[in-house]
Each structure stands twice: as C-alpha cells, then as structure tokens.
Write a protein that binds this ligand. Structure first.
Ligand code: WTA
Length: 659
C-alpha cells in the first residue's frame, strides 16, 4: 500500500468516533422522488435494466434496444444503437410539454445585474448560437473550446455545440492562457467561445485578452484557431480585436434564425471533453458521450436532489468544472427544473451574498463545497442569520470530504436542522454522482457519503483487489460499469487503461482512499495518488513541479499538498536553486507569478521552501510522505537512513519559523 494510503488509514481512525445519525424528516419522506427502500436491491438484481428505465425517461429519436456493451472493456458502450440529442432533452422536450414559460435560469451578475430566462427563450438562444457556430464552419464531430464567465451564454454555448453534434471543451475561467492553449491544442479546437470579461470581487477578469494570448500560443504549437466568438458582458470596455477572426456574439448570434434542426447523435457520440489533472504534468481530456452521460446526470439529479416542479435549485459551483456540467447544465435542465446561476464571489460585496440570493429567489435546494462551508463558518453566523432561509429543504456537498464540524454547522445554521444533507462523492471521470445519501431514505452520519447509489457498486480493496472488510482502510474502487463513466482520455487510450484499470485487478481505480464502517457507511479519505485538492480543484503535484522548474532560477522542485483549514489542501513547494541564484521574497513572488501564468492563480504555492536538495530514496524517488510530514509540521521519526538528515531538519525549522 502506498504512503498516502497508509496515511489515509491512520486518518480514518479519528473520524470514526462520529456516532451522530440523522433520519430524513417525515415531511420529506412523504414526498421524496425515491421512497422505496427496496430501490438498492431492485437495482442490484438487474443494474442494466435499472439504468435502461432511467434512459427511457429521455427522448430518443431512435430508441435503443441495447443496454451495456462491455465487449471492448474498459471502453464501455451504453444504449449504443439509440440516437438522441442532448439539447433536445434539456430544452425542446420541456417546451413541447408546455413548460416553455418556466424559468430555466435566474441569473445574477456580481455587479447586481439580473436576468431570468425561460425554457422557451433558452431554446431560441441555443438555436441561434448553434446556427452561428454552423456559419463559422463548426461541424458535427468538431471540438469547440469554451472559456467564459458564469453567464447564461455559457450553458447556451455548450448546448449549441450539443445541438449540432460538436463536442465542447469548457475551460474554467480561472485557468491561464497557457492552460487554455494546451487544451485548445490537445483537442485541436478550431473555434473558441469566450467573453470580453467577467466580474470577480468587483474586478474585471480579462478573458478576451487571455484568449488572444492562448490562440497565439496554440498557433506556435501547430493549432490554428480560425474563429473566436466573443460574448459582450462588460460595458464600455476596450476589447482587443482581430478582424476576420473575431466575432461579437450579439452580431453573429443575434442575426440567426431562432430554429435549428438538432443533429441525431449516436448514443456513443462524444458530448464533451473536460480536462482534469492526473499524476503527470499533462492534463487528461476526459471523454463523455451522449446517451449514457445524460442518463446518469438526469437520473442522479432527480434521485439525489429530489427535484420537483416547484423547486428553485442552486448549485453554486463553476460550470468550468464537472459539477457545473452535470448539476448546473445537463442534470437540472434535463429534469426541467428552475435553477440559479450567480456570476461572482461569495463575499462580494459582502459575506452574505449567497444568503441574500437564497432569500431573493426562494432557493429550495442548495449544493456547494466543504471549502465554501468552512469559509462561511469563518465569516460568522451573522451573515446567514440576516436572511430568511426558510425556503431551503435540501442541502448538498461535493468536492472533498466534509468534516463533521462543517457538516453540523451546515445542518444547523443553513438547514435549521430541517434539511437533509446529501454528501455526494464522484469525479470528473464518473460523470455523475456515485455515492450519496438518497434524501428521503438514508439515515445520514456527518462526514460520511453513506453508500453507493442504486445501480452502482463500490468496494474498498487492497492492492490485490481483495475487499479489506468493514472497518479497514483501502482503495475505493467501482465494480461494474455505469452509464456516465468516462469513455477514455482524448488521444490517449493507453493512459486511460493504465490510470484507471490497471492498478487494481478488474476494477475501476478511483484514486481515493476510503473505509466502510461497521454499519456499512462509506468514508472517503482523500486522494491516495499525487493529486491535490485545493478548494475542490484537482491539481497534480507534477503539474506544479514542472511549472516551477521552467523558471530559470529553479533546478529542481518537489510539491506536496498540506492540509489547510479553508481550502482543504494548499500547495507546498520545495525548490532547489540553480547555480548562482539566491533565495528571496522577490523570487518567491516570481515563482508564484510563474505558476499563475502556467496553470492559474489557484495553483500558486502557499509556501515555498528553499533546500539544497530534495530528500529522495536510494532509488531516486521523491520522499513525498516525508515532505508532507515536514510541511504539516509533524514529528519526523527516524531520519537517519537519509543521505543527509540535516537537510530535513533545516526544512522542518523553516516550516516552524513560518508557522
Ligand atoms: C474528491 C468533483 C470526499 C475525491 C465532483 C475525488 C470527494 C475528487 C467528494 C474528484 C466527497 C469529490 N467526499 N471526496 N463528497 N467529492 N471528492 O474530478 O478525491 O473535480 O476523487 O470531481 O474530489 O474531483 P473532480
């Protein structure tokens, strides 16, 4: 078992003193979408039939007759002979059943601008955008990069791609030009959709300027971007422009017809790519296809969030990450629910911004991340207390393990002890929620994601793939194919097999450590590989290391995650200087700037430690466990086997002196 898994095993012991339990309130149970306690059993008896029943809730232009095809394992095919269009399922289907006037999105800009868009309006806007993309030469099978702020036009752009059979590749607006360029090149995107900018904490984020830079970088890397479609979010802003290549959204989209015939897509046609960090420096383009992904997003949004016609649902994530793809765009829209989208920061202009939005729209379901909850706790109870939160009926958490204290605060201060909490475990690669309470059925325990959803089977195993048994820590694995599972890594099928299907025989390797307690509850412990989780953002240690060594002053770098009370983990970098360079605050500033430029601001090291050498094993492997212990300020134990123990002592002293 790896170092990290051993650490996980230790960590779990502390957690398991948790013995509080919470039953779903009776009022909730009566109306719950999933109310039959036999649902797990029924689904387990025939998982394919279970998922096929959910798939039949969607509209198929050619109904499927096949369920799972696992003959090319681990490359799954679901409902492969069926055809459908994701945008039709998210929009036309609801308009046709008379829900055109229902609000799809209540949007609020950080600057206070407000807009509500109905399903009928969204369909028109998507159709126009789809026609514009066709005019720009986008064809079925192409990839389109999207780099936008949190505006309604972002889901519009995604659904417009889906409508004409192009795959979108959304790149989070917090990524740098270089990161965007890498993703444009990897996916060979010829078109980029962006905006002049967006607002974040009262400041303008210059997305178009960053896009221009990315397009220039991509060109030197052999990928020519032919068109940039730019949405105007700002007023009176001086936007850099390249005639011939750049097109204003309001001009080219504005003049299109409001109808656009959707492409009939094969169930296994690519719906989108979403890049995520792995254990190497190169991000992976995770592939999701149409029928299975949409089935999974639809079904889980329905089961886990218990979506109803009169709900106002709010997933406060960014659409640039998978949570936003599945639970702001595809899942909620395919269920025809009304959602909220908020553009900006949770503490702007004040720390009660989110609660004022909950009260204003009467939000009934609220989904956020533990890192946000910890920030709310720190900001103080007075902020939520100032607002009427009585519309809330269900709360969700995602992105990292939620510590029981944060869970209890969420339960008491936001949910007024009335709202079930769904702690949802899943990943970019799983496409949709895999482990979570069902809010009308599951007795919850603070800090536990409880159990796999119906139709999903997970185990906690050792390296040989043997279940470790209740009460023991091990690797979390998924034991049978599920509809939304990743279909591969773009351009790199070998890496897909190697990363996810080779570590533990016969099972999907998740990369997380976990434990199932005596009552059968699953506790997720965090990553067991070299992936960090900073504010719910996945980040690879090697990605940050390779950014650091690009700097001329750095000869070598080793990066680890250290726990942080707000962000979950933060980045700690150990760097060895090149020749004549000297350690200084100025150099630290430069390194931070460089990492921001290479990846994005969120990847900046929290602490940079200078060292004459990086502690390694005799075979030359970086001793990450030791580096984590140093970073955490933990007792170091026996360091006498190291080549030079004084190096480690000096590092520990640096950490101590910086707090
Ligand atoms: C972590 C985000 C504990 C986990 C949807 C996983 C969680 C990684 C939870 C995926 C949770 C996500 N409890 N850990 N409820 N949800 N994680 O791809 O380490 O950005 O492997 O997808 O986040 O991150 P990703």
């Amino acid at each position: 078992m790896s170092d990290a898994a051993v650490e996980s095993r230790d960590a779990i012991e502390n957690l398991l003193s948790e013995d509080r339990t919470f039953d779903p309130p009776a009022s909730f149970v009566e109306r719950a979408n999933v109310a039959d306690p036999k649902v797990w059993e029924t689904a387990a008896a025939d998982p394919e039939a279970y998922w096929a029943a959910w798939a039949r809730e969607l509209e198929w232009s050619r109904p499927f007759t096949q369920g799972l095809d696992w003959s090319d394992a681990p490359f799954a095919r679901w409902f492969a002979d069926g055809q459908l269009n994701a945008s039709v399922n998210c929009l036309d289907r609801h308009v046709e059943r008379g829900l055109g006037q229902r609000v799809a999105f209540h949007w609020q800009g950080e600057d206070g601008e407000r807009r509500s868009v109905t399903y009928a309006q969204l369909l028109e806007e998507v159709s126009r955008c789809a026609n514009a993309l066709r005019e720009l030469g986008v064809q079925r099978g192409d990839r389109v990069a999207i780099y936008m702020p949190m505006v309604v036009e972002l889901p519009v752009a995604m659904l417009a791609c889906a409508r004409i059979g192009a795959a979108h590749s959304v790149v989070f607006g917090g990524f740098s030009s270089q990161a965007l360029a890498d993703r444009i090149v990897d996916a060979s995107a010829k078109v980029v959709i962006t905006a002049d900018g967006g607002y974040r904490r009262g400041k303008v984020v210059e997305l178009k300027a960053a896009t221009d830079e990315a397009v220039r970088m991509a060109a030197t890397d052999g990928q020519q971007v032919e068109s940039v479609l730019c949405y105007r979010r700002l007023q009176g802003h001086d936007t850099p422009w390249t005639d011939g290549r750049d097109h204003w959204w309001h001009e080219i989209v504005g003049r299109q017809q409001a109808e656009c015939a959707p492409e009939a897509m094969d169930s296994e046609d690519l719906l989108f790519l979403l890049y995520t960090s792995g254990t190497t420096a190169k991000p992976k383009g995770i592939m999701h296809t149409t029928g299975g992904y949409l089935t999974g997003a639809h079904a889980t949004a329905n089961m886990v969030f218990d979506l109803k016609d009169d709900d106002v649902y709010w997933c406060a994530a960014d659409i640039g990450w998978v949570t936003g793809h599945s639970y702001i765009v595809y899942g909620p829209l395919s269920n025809g629910v009304t959602s909220v989208i908020y553009e900006g920061a949770p503490d702007w202009p004040d720390k009660d911004r989110l609660w004022s939005i909950v009260a204003e729209y009467g939000v009934s379901i609220f989904y956020t991340a533990p890192t946000a909850i910890r920030a709310f706790i720190k900001w103080g109870d007075e902020h939520p207390a100032r607002h009427d939160l009585s519309s809330l009926r269900l709360l969700g958490s995602v992105g990292e393990p939620i510590n029981p204290e944060a869970w209890m605060w969420y339960h008491e201060r936001i949910g007024a002890e009335r709202c079930p909490i769904v702690d949802t475990w899943w990943q970019t690669e799983t496409g949709h929620i895999m482990v979570s309470p069902l809010p009308g059925l599951t007795r919850t325990k603070p800090g536990s994601a409880t159990q796999a959803l119906p139709g999903i089977e997970v185990s906690v195993v050792d390296e040989q793939g043997e279940p470790v048994g209740r009460g023991h820590g091990g690797y979390l694995t998924i034991d049978r194919p599920w509809p939304g599972m990743a279909r591969g890594i773009w351009g790199n099928p070998e890496r897909f097999v190697e990363t996810y299907w080779s570590q533990v025989p016969g099972r999907y390797f998740v990369g997380d450590g976990a434990k199932i307690d005596e009552d059968g509850y699953l506790w997720v412990l965090g990553r067991v590989d070299d992936v960090m989780n900073v504010s719910g953002h996945r980040l690879s240690t090697t990605e940050v290391e390779s950014a650091l060594v690009e700097h001329p002053a750095i000869a070598e770098a080793a990066v680890v995650g250290r726990s942080h009370e707000l962000t979950g983990e933060c980045v700690v970098a150990y760097v060895v200087l090149e020749g004549h360079h000297e350690a200084s605050d100025e150099l630290i500033g430069e390194l931070n700037a460089h990492v921001s430029e290479r990846i994005g601001k969120f990847a900046r090291p929290h602490m940079v430690l200078f060292t004459p050498e990086v502690p390694k094993t005799r075979s030359g492997k970086i001793m990450r466990r030791l580096l984590r212990d140093i970073a955490e300020g933990r007792e170091l134990g026996d360091t006498t086997t190291l080549q030079d123990p004084t190096v480690v002592d000096a590092l520990a002293e640096q950490v101590r002196s910086r707090g």
